[in-house]
Design a protein around this ligand. Structure first.
Ligand SMILES: Nc1ncnc2c1ncn2[C@@H]1O[C@H](COP(=O)(O)OP(=O)(O)OP(=O)(O)O)[C@@H](O)[C@H]1O
Ligand SMILES: Nc1ccn([C@H]2C[C@H](O)[C@@H](COP(=O)(O)O)O2)c(=O)n1
Ligand SMILES: [Mg+2]
Length: 208
């Protein structure tokens, strides 16, 4: 079965197997990464965080985008989709796998349009997992993560305000868009990680 999927996705001109996908969205600090790790352990998905891929690209000395990405991240702005989409596509191909959690994407209209144009046909989107959490709780979590030495240039009050503005103005409309398509699965992310994961598990059990 795995060989058949691999063969179709790489070589057959007739039947291309589609990637299985779940988008994971929610405000900064809502626990997207934390829950994705648990999903990987329990359901064997590959976790691709758009933010992590951009940070890795920024740290790559050969990258022509390093400085630009650093600037966008510090200011809580969303990097142009051509860059992010290329990183995501490459990571998906390189993994050799077919099922992905795409964390922190699509984050604005540019992300959404670019993704639909470049990758829309190649994927089967199961749903959008939305971790709903108050900005007060998210602030506490992010500032604690910064104080504990996350090393992230945007885990501070100043950057966080900008990240929240971007979330409210640019990401919420994307979540509403998917809601209108009936694809959003909203969970209360203010609870403990284990409590949240009970609900997450139920959703993923239904896919498989
Ligand atoms: N349910 C939870 N309750 C309390 N703390 C949590 C919970 N989930 C995650 N955390 C902690 O909050 C911080 C942010 O979590 P995480 O990195 O998973 O969030 P995120 O949504 O991926 O954030 P970002 O958008 O900044 O990447 C981490 O320090 C994590 O350990
Ligand atoms: N689709 C994306 C995702 C992330 N970024 C940049 C801007 C974000 O503030 C930063 C950190 O993301 P996080 O790790 O908090 O998910 O990365 C982007 O430009 N586009
Ligand atoms: Mg994260």
């Amino acid at each position: 079965m795995r060989f058949a999927r691999f063969f179709c996705s790489r070589f057959s001109p007739f039947k291309m197997a589609k990637y299985n996908l779940v988008f994971v969205l929610g405000p900064p600090g809502s626990g997207k990464g934390t829950q994705c790790s648990k999903i990987v352990e329990n359901f064997g998905y590959v976790h691709l965080s758009a933010g992590d891929l951009l940070r890795a690209e920024r740290n790559n000395p050969g990258s022509q985008y390093g400085e630009m990405i650093e600037d966008y991240i510090k200011n809580g702005l969303i990097v142009p989709v051509e860059i992010t989409c290329k990183l995501l596509e490459r990571a998906m191909k390189d993994s050799g796998k077919m099922s992905f959690l795409i964390d922190g994407f699509p984050r604005n209209e540019d992300n959404l349009q670019g993704w639909n144009k470049q990758c829309g046909e190649k994927v089967n989107l199961h749903f959008v997992l939305f971790f709903d959490c108050s900005l007060e709780t998210c602030t506490e979590r992010i500032l604690a993560r910064g104080a504990a030495g996350s090393g992230r240039v945007d885990d501070n009050k100043e950057s966080l305000k900008k990240r929240f503005d971007t979330y409210m103005n640019s990401t919420m409309p994307i979540i509403s868009h998917y809601e209108s398509l009936g694809l959003v699965r909203k969970l209360d992310a203010s609870r403990s990680p284990d409590e949240i994961f009970k609900d997450v598990k139920e959703l993923f059990s239904k896919i498989n």
